[in-house]
Write a protein that binds this ligand. Structure first.
Ligand code: NAD
Length: 410
């Protein structure tokens, strides 16, 4: 199954509960615009290379479209399309005045020098600058891109359209960014882990957690969970897994990852594989790396009774069916990782206001947005006796469909 089919399946499941017509389904699922542009750049060697950059603008019924820019060798139009639709449901679910979009370039950023990456980013913006803008489509970081990339986007856009920092979010704090954006997705995961476990009557100290991925999302989630006294017993990155049943020393692991740019060589834990990490006997599993890591093949071996999808689409629909059957609770990606886009929204508001928010205000408002969305999803799921994923999709899709009708379809 492709990523886009997974998104469609979850959409249809929710739409069935809402008695949505076929014509409305088609309208909501069809992207407003999809572009692919040539990116021809000179490499440091003096040679040149050509890449393809994608931007899918899925829906703008509720506001300017919003979504990250992914630099990863496996990026293709199908994946970007699926992630763009997820952004539409996600922004609607947490009630931000945005639609959904996504972009990507199929490159491995670790294979390029910073100057080459800058040239690639600027050429991409040359190709799409007329299609983005603070009131149209606002890119942000995703896997493989970061605040430096966002600064180049702002600067390149400015060359065509003049000063307008609200064209992109996730910028460096020194360049119109907002404090707390980098930690936002991980912090949001932490806030929800706390809410979800207390709803299930479990204290943080009694909750052992296995966390896959130690990048932006995973490392900040680990920090927040550790500070909230959860017992993080396993972490991992591309170098493999690290397990300590009594609980890991997270500040020490974070320091190791900062110094070595990876967990590789971290000695204070038993080495396990990424596959073994997913199957550990823990109370909470948080996949925070790649999509599609839990499928029907390994789902029966997953022991955690609660999964929080910090990554996008880590649980494949065939695995979701196994969990539904077995009563394993899955907090879905469109809610679980919405902290990032929420603080991106605060950054956009700040840029439009020409006013700076402090970290305390950012954290407080993030907490409020995530908590409100969680309560809505939880009560709808109880009321309609549907999974948290179906409830989250129902809320997101319902808001987009109402805005579409109110705005006038033709
Ligand atoms: P990142 O590039 O900062 O980190 C990715 C992490 O995954 C790294 O630790 C990497 O080593 C690890 N990894 C890569 N391949 C792996 C493998 N095969 N097994 C185990 N670990 C592996 O990316 P990120 O920004 O932390 O994003 C992670 C996920 O969260 C993605 O699915 C992304 O779309 C999603 N997400 C991110 C944000 C955000 O604000 N950064 C927001 C919403 C969703």
């Amino acid at each position: 199954m492709r990523a886009i089919d997974a998104t469609r399946l979850y959409f249809d499941r929710a739409a069935d509960h809402m008695d949505m017509s076929e014509s409305m389904r088609e309208l909501l699922l069809t992207a407003k615009r999809e572009v692919s542009v040539q990116i021809a750049v000179e490499l440091d060697s003096g040679d040149f290379a050509t890449y393809i950059g994608y931007r899918v603008q899925h829906d703008d019924a509720r506001g300017p479209m919003k979504g990250g820019l992914r630099f990863h060798p496996e990026v293709d139009l199908g994946e970007v399309r699926s992630l763009a639709a997820l952004m539409t449901w996600k922004t609607a679910l947490v009630d931000l005045p945005f639609g959904g979009a996504k972009g990507g370039i199929a490159i491995d950023p670790s294979k390029f020098s910073p100057r080459e990456l800058e040239r690639i980013t600027r050429r991409f913006i040359d190709g799409i600058h007329e299609l983005i803008g603070p009131d149209v489509d606002i890119p942000a970081p995703d896997m493989g891109s970061n605040s430096d990339v966002m600064a180049w986007i702002m600067n390149q856009y400015q060359k065509y359209h003049g000063f307008n920092p609200g064209v992109v979010t996730g910028k460096p704090v020194e360049l119109y960014g907002i404090p707390g954006r980098e930690e936002a997705t991980g912090r949001g995961v932490g806030i929800l882990a706390y809410k979800m476990t207390s709803r299930l009557g479990r204290k943080p100290q009694q909750t052992r957690i296995a966390l896959q991925g130690f990048g932006n999302v995973g490392s900040h989630a680990a920090k927040f969970l550790h500070e909230s006294e959860f017992k993080v017993v396993a972490i991992s990155d591309v170098s493999g897994g690290y397990y300590r049943p009594e609980g890991l020393n997270i500040p020490q692991a974070l320091q190791h990852a900062r110094e070595h740019k990876s967990l590789k060589g971290y000695k204070e834990a038993e080495r396990i594989s990424n596959e073994e990490l997913l199957e550990l006997d823990v109370e909470l599993l948080i996949p925070a790396a790649l999509g599609g890591v839990i499928t029907a093949a390994n789902a029966p071996k997953v022991k955690a009774p609660l999964i929080i999808e910090a990554a996008n689409q880590p649980v494949w629909p065939d695995a979701d069916a196994v969990f539904d059957e077995r009563g394993t609770i899955v907090l879905p990606d469109i809610l679980a990782n919405a902290g990032g886009v929420t603080v991106s929204y605060f950054e956009w508001v700040q840029n439009r206001q020409h006013y700076s928010w402090g970290i305390n205000r950012v954290r407080q408002e993030l907490d409020s947005v995530m908590s409100t969305a969680f309560e809505r999803v939880w009560s709808l799921s109880q009321e309609r006796k549907v999974s948290l994923r179906t409830a989250a999709y129902m809320l997101g899709i319902g808001r987009v469909s109402r805005a579409t009708v109110l705005g006038g379809i033709t």
